[in-house]
Design a protein around this ligand. Structure first.
Ligand SMILES: [Fe+2]
Ligand SMILES: [Fe+2]
Length: 605
């Protein structure tokens, strides 16, 4: 008996649960026992309402119900079951004189029906084939999910590859001119902040940021003699500059076929609200929304940048210019969105926050931290930081102007002030990206920022490569084979739907591709997880979990470092060669920037 019970318990975790619903106790018992003898986990219920309650909360996959019962009938039960989020398969049992009722059930979602008197052998066969059907459907669903996962990853890789190339080109383009260095990033930052006021959805915000980041890519085709000319431009030279929106749209079109709004925003970012702009002379709301937003952000950044022929305007002077141009050069609503954002942040930061962005270098840095307000304490993920500000992703909902205490491992907690907050994700917005201004940053925090700013060779541990590496994962549940898609000396990122919670301790075993070396064995802790839904929302992320090594022998750490660095050097060399072929004049320092991952730009104050 004990053995039978333990077999049943074991089956419970894997087998489908069957519910038999019949008011006749003899029939019910007969059915239940016949199925139990065949090894199917089965429960009996005397009424439809009892069965519905259990099925709604119990994960039954198959229901066999008599149609004719006192109280609620089997037909009623079928209708209720069909409205559950995951309806079970239902087999109706009916008398010879009531086949019309059975056919009605079949057209309303029942899987099959049995006529009374029921032959037990036939009954068991029918249940077995229904359970086979369920298993097959689940296999197919799992397979589809796997295919979707792979498709997401592949799309992500292709888009990332292209965007990092575009990013490198933009950096190379802007680096030619001290006055425009960082222009596209700042325009994207401002546009992103305005997007919240324009009530854009998360997917739209991503499109807007991408368009803002790439808006001047068409300038790549303009000769330096024209682009960097200090004096007055001839008519012909000016005409060449005016071609850059169309060139940019042509460059981006092939990769953004599924995001035509990005291409349109680049093409039309020099249109004017009064129709006097270029290239198409669009007027008013006919100018695409993203282009109207970028136009304001672009003008503000241009006005507050120094030029050879004029000094930069102050933030306030530039704001006044925008106000004067509202309804003529600029969309009045876009100017209002800009002013809202500008005033809000200027009030909190007590100065000219946009101008500060120029002098402050932001460092991309991905670690876990804890955020605490007077009401709540939740984990978050650091996206980038500088001496005076940080960008963080978290589920904590905090208002602009509120104070937040940040805890990072090994540092004294620092106080910060929320300067902006953007919800990420669907309507319910479970995640937020916060811009935080540091309040009197501690000495060790500043030292930490300085250490990150050192050249990469001095902080080998932070080097990370995209590399598919088979890994054996040992947990309390057993050993499973997974693939790491990201490898660093500090940890791995596994592409998996792993059910492990953040903080779980796991054992890892993996071999580096160098022939003849022993596998590396390490202990690790899960630091963060990304579900398929989150990965889709983040556009460009891979679902899985990140983990940091908690125990790794010094010899293995050394081998891992050598491996990661050699791969990084290879990638860099390949890219430099490719870049040299396509743009012989490109300075090497610019192209090195191509290896920085494409990131959504951030604001620091
Ligand atoms: Fe432009
Ligand atoms: Fe621009």
């Amino acid at each position: 008996m004990e053995e039978w019970m333990s077999q049943q318990a074991e089956r419970k975790s894997t087998a489908a649960l069957v519910a038999v619903v019949d008011d006749d106790p003899l029939v019910r018992q007969l059915f239940v026992q016949a199925l139990l003898r065949k090894g199917h986990l089965t429960e009996g219920f005397a009424s439809a309402s009892q069965a519905l309650q259990a099925v709604a909360s119990g994960g039954h996959r198959l229901v066999i119900t008599d149609i004719d019962m006192p109280g609620q009938s089997g037909v009623w039960l079928l209708a209720q079951l069909q409205s559950l989020p995951k309806p079970p398969l239902t087999i109706m049992v009916t008398g010879q004189d009531d086949t019309r009722q059975a056919i009605h059930c079949l057209t309303n979602g029942a899987y099959d029906f049995l006529l009374k008197p029921v032959d037990l052998v036939h009954f068991v066969q029918k249940v077995s084939s229904a359970l086979d059907f369920i298993r097959l459907a689940e296999e197919r669903r799992r397979h589809q999910e796997l295919v979707e996962d792979v498709a997401i990853s592949e799309r992500w890789r292709a888009r990332q590859l292209f965007l990092s190339g575009i990013d490198a080109l933009i950096r190379a383009l802007e680096a030619k001119d001290d006055y425009t260095e960082g222009h596209s990033t700042r325009v994207a930052v401002i546009a992103e902040a305005m997007a919240a006021r324009a009530k854009l959805r998360p997917g739209e915000v991503n499109e807007l940021i991408t368009a803002a980041r790439c808006h001047d890519i068409g300038k790549i085709g303009i000769p330096d003699a024209v682009l960097l000319k200090g004096g007055r431009l001839t008519t012909g030279e000016y005409a060449r500059i005016k071609d850059h929106p169309q060139h940019g749209a042509r460059i981006l079109e092939p990769i953004f076929r599924d995001m035509p709004a990005v291409v349109a925003a680049v093409r039309h970012h020099h249109e004017r609200y009064d129709g006097a702009g270029y290239p198409d002379g669009l007027k008013g709301e006919a100018v695409p929304l993203y282009a109207r937003i970028i136009s304001v952000a672009d003008a503000f950044d241009a006005m507050t940048s120094n030029r050879i022929y004029r000094r930069a305007l102050s933030g306030r002077e530039a704001v006044e210019e925008l106000q004067r141009g509202a309804g003529r050069q600029f969309c009045p609503r876009a100017v209002t969105w800009f002013l809202d954002v500008y005033d809000e942040i200027a009030d909190v930061a007590g100065g000219e926050p946009w101008l500060n962005m120029r002098c402050e270098r932001r460092l991309e840095h991905d670690i876990e931290l804890v955020l605490e307000t007077s009401e709540a304490r939740l984990p978050g993920r650091l996206l980038n930081l500088s001496a005076c500000g940080l960008r963080v992703q978290t589920a904590l909902c905090v208002a602009v102007g509120q104070e937040v205490r940040l805890e990072m491992i090994g540092l004294t907690p620092i106080r910060t002030l929320v300067t902006w907050s953007n919800p990420i994700g669907p309507e319910e917005a479970t995640l937020h990206q916060l811009g935080l201004k540091t309040i009197e940053p501690s000495e060790d925090y500043l030292a930490y920022v300085r250490s990150l700013a050192r050249p990469k060779t001095e902080r080998r541990g932070r080097a990370r490569i995209n590399y598919v590496l088979p890994v054996s994962l040992s947990t309390a549940e057993g050993v499973s084979e997974q693939n790491a898609v990201n490898v660093s000396i500090g940890g791995l990122f596994l592409h998996t739907r792993a059910p492990l919670p953040v903080g779980a301790e796991i054992g890892l075993r993996f071999a580096l591709p160098d022939a003849g070396t022993a596998p590396i064995e390490a202990q690790a802790t899960v630091t963060h997880r990304l579900t398929v839904a989150e990965a889709l929302r983040a556009e460009g992320a891979i679902p899985g979990m990140g983990m940091a090594f908690s125990a790794l022998s010094p010899a293995d750490a050394e081998r891992l470092t050598a491996f990661v660095e050699s791969r990084m050097a290879e990638t860099r060399l390949r890219s430099l060669l490719g870049a040299a072929q396509s743009r012989a004049a490109a300075p090497a320092a610019d192209m090195a920037a191509a290896h920085r991952p494409w990131r959504l730009p951030a604001i620091t104050n």
